[in-house]
Design a protein around this ligand. Structure first.
Ligand code: NDP
Ligand code: OXD
Length: 314
């Protein structure tokens, strides 16, 4: 019985070492090297090449090495076995660090002061709003959205959230579905996007959404932070909105094409902050430990946790 590591873009040897230390009795095999396909009971994947997980007759479960699973559902030859994703405090905390950092960067006009420093410019217009007067809207009230909301509230931001199904969360104003979208956007100065990429959410950050954001806020215009997936955003629309002033700034961790092509105008736009899809990286020690616990549960006849629903796509 073996665990197959199937990943692109990450350092597979770090993962192999971690898993081998935690599962000493189980052979850890790697896609691209020779291995016995019949012996594979589990797969841990991050962006495996589509079609590469066929012909594994004893496969019992697939583990996403991240919180997102859109890359799995994009493989139309994916074996029909249960799929579990990452839900882990290490990853969640990393995402909240990112969200809080970038909300504060916009609140405190830090991009402007970094520009001023480069120009040796001492300029303060005595117009620094307090967090309580800035409305953050979190799209996606799941594991990541809820933790980020709680941490933003501690700082004092006026936080609300939007999800697919209606929610009642103490201390948080919530909106849901199509019908809740307009009201949610109309009270949002900083939009934080943490929904999964599904057929319903693809391209959701578009010209129409941007036009519906609050234009009367204390920051002088709305900002977007997307740490969900690049497929959620229409980059052309974001650029156009930045150019017309409809959008004041965009912080993007994820892109329609990754790595972001050198020719993308996003790289040089003064209103755009780019990070290389590392808002919340999967840290091998934490995530191998989570997946090891899942394998031990299955071996003990207990149910898998954090299973995703193929019909919903997340
Ligand atoms: P969850 O599944 O826990 O939460 C998803 C949230 O999005 C839920 O509140 C869900 O609503 C909402 N949602 C889903 N579809 C819709 C829709 N059509 N309309 C409105 N709301 C919707 O996911 P996580 O919080 O764990 O992760 C969110 C995403 O973050 C991941 O899918 C991944 O793409 C991204 N991510 C990015 C990382 C990075 O480094 N950039 C790292 C980790 C994750 P409901 O509650 O009603 O189900
Ligand atoms: C994830 C990611 O989904 O890192 O975990 O993007």
């Amino acid at each position: 019985m073996s665990l197959l590591l199937a990943m692109t873009g990450w350092h597979v040897e770090d993962w192999r070492a971690r898993f081998q230390a935690m599962l000493p009795e189980m052979p850890i095999v790697v896609l691209g090297e020779p291995f016995d396909r019949r012996a594979v009971h589990y797969v841990a994947s991050w962006k495996h090449p589509a079609g590469s997980l066929t012909g594994l007759p004893n496969l019992a479960a697939i583990f996403s090495l991240g919180a997102g699973v859109d890359f799995l559902f994009a493989d139309d030859k994916l074996p029909l076995v249960p799929i579990a994703r990452v839900v882990d405090p290490d990853l969640t905390t990393r995402m909240s660090e990112y969200v809080v950092l970038h909300c504060l960067m916009h609140l405190r006009q830090q991009h402007r002061y970094m520009r001023q420093q480069r120009e040796k410019l001492w300029e303060d217009d005595r117009n620094q709003p307090a967090a309580r007067s800035v409305r953050v809207g979190i799209m996606g009230l799941g594991e990541l959205g809820l933790d980020a909301a709680a941490k933003l509230k501690v700082i004092g931001f006026d936080v609300a959230g939007w999800s697919r199904s209606p929610k009642s969360i103490e201390g948080l104003r919530t909106f849901s579905g199509e019908e809740g979208m307009k009201g949610f956007l109309a009270r949002t100065d900083i939009l934080v996007c943490l929904v999964p990429l599904t057929p319903e959410t693809r391209g959701i950050i578009n010209a129409g959404l941007i036009a519906a954001l609050a234009q009367d806020g204390r920051l002088g215009g709305p900002f977007v932070i997307n740490a969900g997936r690049g497929g959620l955003q229409v980059e052309e629309d974001i650029l156009a909105a930045l150019d017309t002033g409809m959008l004041k700034g965009a912080t993007l961790d994820v892109f329609e094409t990754e790595p972001l092509p050198l020719a993308s105008p996003l790289w040089n736009h003064p209103g755009v902050t780019i990070t290389p899809h590392n808002a919340a990286m999967s840290e091998p020690e934490a995530i191998a430990s989570l997946i090891t616990a899942q394998i031990r549960r299955l071996e003990a006849g207990e149910p898998l946790q954090h299973v995703v629903d193929p019909a919903r796509g997340y």
